[in-house]
Design a binder for this molecule. Sequence first.
Ligand SMILES: NC(=O)c1ccc[n+]([C@@H]2O[C@H](COP(=O)([O-])OP(=O)(O)OC[C@H]3O[C@@H](n4cnc5c(N)ncnc54)[C@H](OP(=O)(O)O)[C@@H]3O)[C@@H](O)[C@H]2O)c1
Length: 321
Amino acid sequence: MKALVLESLHQALVYKEVDEPKVGKGEVLVRLKAASLNHRDVWISKGLYPGVQTPIILGSCASGITEEGRQVIIDPGFGWGDDPRFQSAFYHILGSPNAGVFAEKIAVPSANLVHKPVHLTYEEAAALPLAGLTAYRALMTKGRCKYGDKVLINGVGGGVALFACQFAIAQGAEVYVTSSSPEKIARAEALGAKGGISYRKENWGKALLKSTGGFDVIIDSAGGHGFKNLIDAAGMGGRIVFYGGTHGEINHINPQKVFWKQLQIMGSTMGTPEEFRDMVRFVEEHKIKPVVDEIFDLAQGNDAFEKMKAGKQFGKLVLKI
Ligand SMILES: NC(=O)c1ccc[n+]([C@@H]2O[C@H](COP(=O)([O-])OP(=O)(O)OC[C@H]3O[C@@H](n4cnc5c(N)ncnc54)[C@H](OP(=O)(O)O)[C@@H]3O)[C@@H](O)[C@H]2O)c1
């Protein structure tokens, strides 16, 4: 079969013939139809994840069809464990250390297969898994987002962030966003967000607090020195949930603001198999359409990587297989 292979770190991927996957006990062979990129794939290729072994087929998110004709989405998480609060020490995600989905076929445990909602194309369904799951746990489980909440999504151009935005709108929340780009704010407004502001503006958190009265739930993946704006923008009893740290250490936090507003600041990572099923059900119930920025052929995977590195996309970059 054909696959996109990272032969060594810091190199472009190579589209080449590889061995077919071996189907183990309890596993099902899936003919993959589409896969989507996450920032994780770029970072693995740059050697920014510990212990990456090459050669490796990257990719965590995909949709496809089984030999019996079931149209499926793959839950990319393995070995979460028994405690829904956190993953076990054995938890891992498709696409490193195990072979991923930028390939024509994969063998996965049948427990990791969930039916593809009928309102989604294979390309839209492939956009969902990792980003949708991360957004769902951060927003719904940790953020406890409910109808009528005021929700802020920081950096809405991110793959996870955009799902959080769509899920919060579907939940009936009043959603505001930040972005580096006025066009991306306008795109979020077209999806149903109430408004937005550039996170490049000085003291944007205080400005949002003044114009909105403060947020019940804030979703972030940037961290860094801009995090203080999230504390400013939070309303009384607000919940700030972050799942990424693109801008590094969080500093300059005023503890008085955190305890006076009775804030909860929580980290979140991926989600349980139950949350994956709940997320797909939520998408089906609300007929949510993942935003796909561009579809590339699997053989053109390097072009998709370059677009992600440049951060130009709004929505997911998808590979058609
Ligand atoms: N813990 C987990 O389970 C998990 C899962 C998935 C991802 N992550 C992490 O989450 C982060 C984002 O991942 P992703 O796949 O969504 O990446 P992505 O699609 O490339 O999103 C990155 C986005 O971050 C936003 N951003 C950049 N600088 C910012 C700033 N100073 N303030 C606010 N937002 C800023 C940008 O938004 P604009 O384009 O709107 O400017 C950009 O589009 C990464 O750190 C990734 O490792 C963690």
